[in-house]
Design a protein around this ligand. Structure first.
Ligand SMILES: NC(=O)c1ccc[n+]([C@@H]2O[C@H](COP(=O)([O-])OP(=O)(O)OC[C@H]3O[C@@H](n4cnc5c(N)ncnc54)[C@H](OP(=O)(O)O)[C@@H]3O)[C@@H](O)[C@H]2O)c1
Length: 284
């Protein structure tokens, strides 16, 4: 049987595919952009069209599959967007679903991940939730433009700390639980980096690695929101969600450090310094 990887072209999904293949699993990579998936994976995996909000694409995607990596594409803001697909997994007798959740949602009921976890649990499908901290890829991705062009980190996180984790380490955690479904059924895992950094420390590391003087601009919420919507032209709803996330970060929700990555994989999570060196071209 095969493992269906949803969001296989995404930050985490691409590593889930690689790590599952390394473990000898057969993988079906899913998404709405098959051309992108074909470029990314060539003939290493099967590909299937799946649109999480189009029910007529579900049966074909779930055919011959017994385990699933499920993620919530960021623009699907309502938990209910994912419920029909979760029901379809139940109908297809899925043996383990690993959902890409978010650190802290066991007590923080605001992010959509909380309700999605609860819905999966209520169906009775065996689950292994992966609850990561903030991705290091936020800095090499969405926030890299200001780092490259203005030598600035432009996020409204105040003086808060974040236990950044590399998406590759999240991918390995997901692959580990999906590879041993009996061992990990009905479990949840908080996956973080080994230390929590504030954005002044992130700026110091990036300055050291790039040889440039990178500073943390520490904008307020309104300045950040205006800039990302008006100057960067990003979707208003998406920016509003990120404002809420940085608000929670300031409340201390992103600083917890867990040992669960090591417990799951026997490996030490990648540090932000190692990550920045390996992704130097994103920052210069
Ligand atoms: N960034 C963080 O720090 C952080 C921390 C904790 C949790 N998270 C959570 O992680 C999730 C995002 O993961 P990511 O960063 O790996 O994703 P991502 O890089 O934003 O990729 C989104 C993926 O979703 C697929 N997709 C988009 N619309 C789809 C649809 N209608 N049906 C099926 N697939 C669709 C896309 O592929 P196609 O283009 O082929 O459709 C793409 O592979 C979010 O739920 C977020 O809340 C993020």
């Amino acid at each position: 049987m095969k493992i269906l990887v949803i969001g296989a072209s995404g930050n985490v999904g691409r590593y889930v595919v690689d790590k599952l293949l390394e473990k000898g699993e057969k993988v079906v990579a899913a998404g709405t952009n098959l051309e992108n998936l074909a470029n990314l994976f060539k003939d290493r995996v099967d590909l299937v069209y799946l649109d999480l909000i189009a029910q007529d694409s579900f049966d074909q995607a779930l055919e011959g599959v017994d385990r699933v990596f499920l993620m919530r594409p960021p623009h699907l803001g309502k938990p209910g967007n994912l419920y029909p697909f979760i029901d379809a997994m139940k109908a297809h007798g899925i043996q383990l679903v690993s959902f890409l959740s978010l650190m802290g949602v066991e007590t923080n009921t605001i992010p959509p991940h909380h309700k999605i976890e609860k819905y999966i649990e209520a169906t009775g499908i065996p689950y292994a939730h992966i609850r990561p901290g903030f991705f290091m890829q936020n800095l090499s991705g969405i926030h890299s433009t200001e780092i490259r062009e203005k030598n600035q980190i432009f996020v409204p996180a105040g003086k808060s700390k974040t236990s950044f984790i590399d998406a590759a380490d999240i991918g390995l955690s997901v692959a580990t639980v999906l590879h041993q479904p009996d061992k990990f059924k009905n479990t949840a895992h908080t996956i973080t980096g080994a230390e929590a950094l504030d954005y002044y420390q992130v700026a110091e590391i990036l300055s050291r690695v790039t040889g440039k003087g990178i500073t943390y601009a520490k904008p307020g919420y309104l300045k950040y929101r205006r800039y990302y919507i008006n100057k960067r032209g990003l979707d208003k709803k998406y920016v509003n969600v990120t404002v809420a996330l940085y608000f929670m970060t300031r409340m201390g929700t992103a600083k917890h450090v867990s040992n669960e990555f090591f417990e799951l994989t026997g490996k030490t999570p990648r540090s932000f310094e190692e990550f920045s060196r390996a992704n130097l071209t994103c920052f210069i």
